[in-house]
Ligand binder design. Sequence first.
Ligand SMILES: *[C@@H]1O[C@H](CO)[C@@H](O)[C@H](O)[C@H]1NC(C)=O
Length: 410
Amino acid sequence: MFSKASLLTVVLALLASATPLPTDGGVRIPLEKRGSLTNADGTFNIEKGIHERLKLENKHKQNLINLERNVGQDEFKKMFPDVNTTSFHKRAGLPLTDQEDDIEWTGTISIGTPAQSFVIDFDTGSSDLWVPSSSCSSCKGHKYSSSSSSTSKKQTGTFSISYGDGSTASGSVYTDTVTVAGIKATGQYLSGVTKESSSFASDPADGLLGLAFPAISNLRHNPFFFTAVQQGTAPQGVFAFKLASSGSELYVGGTDSKLYTGDIEYHDVSSSDGFWQIGGGSAILNDKTVASSIDTIIDSGTTLMGSSSKTVESFYSNIEGSSYDEQNGYYTFSCSSVPTVAFNWGGKTWEISASNFNLGEISQGKCAGALVPLDLGMGDNVWLLGDTFMKNVYTAFSVTDNAVGFATLA
Ligand SMILES: *[C@@H]1O[C@H](CO)[C@@H](O)[C@H](O)[C@H]1NC(C)=O
């Protein structure tokens, strides 16, 4: 098991090679958007909405379980005194419904020699790479055959994710060559999953590539981009996302200056808990600051935004006529007055468009909001900002400078 000190060493080693924040020089991966929580007629897809909320909760529970194991209980208690990961394992979850298509942004990567291609969900909110294994009979889509790859090496241990609803994804651990748009990592740890929960079986992506820090890795090894930076194959220690209805892209090894205007406003990562988390934020609702000194986790693998029940309740209390739909876990407000929501970290104010905050009509004249209650025990000042926020800005993640930056979309 790696200690917190060794994690720091990784980060410091990367910092030692620090160069000025780059633009361009990297490679682009076109991303395709799959699914939406809003139906074509403007109504909210409740089934998908519930699925998405649960997925968000489960993913971050798993991250906290990984973190506790990786840093040790004592250190974890200092970081999150109110998180009880034992209750995560035991909690009876909501039933999951199979979805025709999930809501995510997918692109292609290759693994092995010769290259095997996979459709991947790129996730800044987790830190492992996994794809279905050729020995998984229940898995759909492209499958990884370790025996067909001359660079594949089986490693000891098992990769496993256990979700709040009791379902799991598990599999063998390998190292192999992984190439993301021409940027290569050799000896990259990954899992070939031999069992998927039913909630994955319908997913349009074959697997997932985590882009967060090693501290939350279930495989306990550097995620792809950290490996690539360490091996010097990424032109710069930065990757960046544009998530939009068209022209979406992940740019690896720099930022794509064609996709944004002005400077990138960078903010230092505020914590060593493994997330792309930045502090000193404010949440702004209809031009009024409703929460300040907040810590925000920027998570491309999540559609929604979430914070503690208390924080979310307080947020919506500022919207006249809003109410909590307990059955579905969403807050609603009048569709004729969608609130203006924005975030600020001491620089520009980054606004979320009404169409991104409003998930659609849920019942007569009432619309569902994209900020949902999420009780993980991480603290009332912690907010998770997913695609609802990221769709409004160009977002850059700098491993070199340990910072997240925002810029105006071109
Ligand atoms: C954590 O959760 C478990 C299971 O729900 C429970 O038995 C235990 O008492 C909890 N621990 C604390 C410190 O609350």
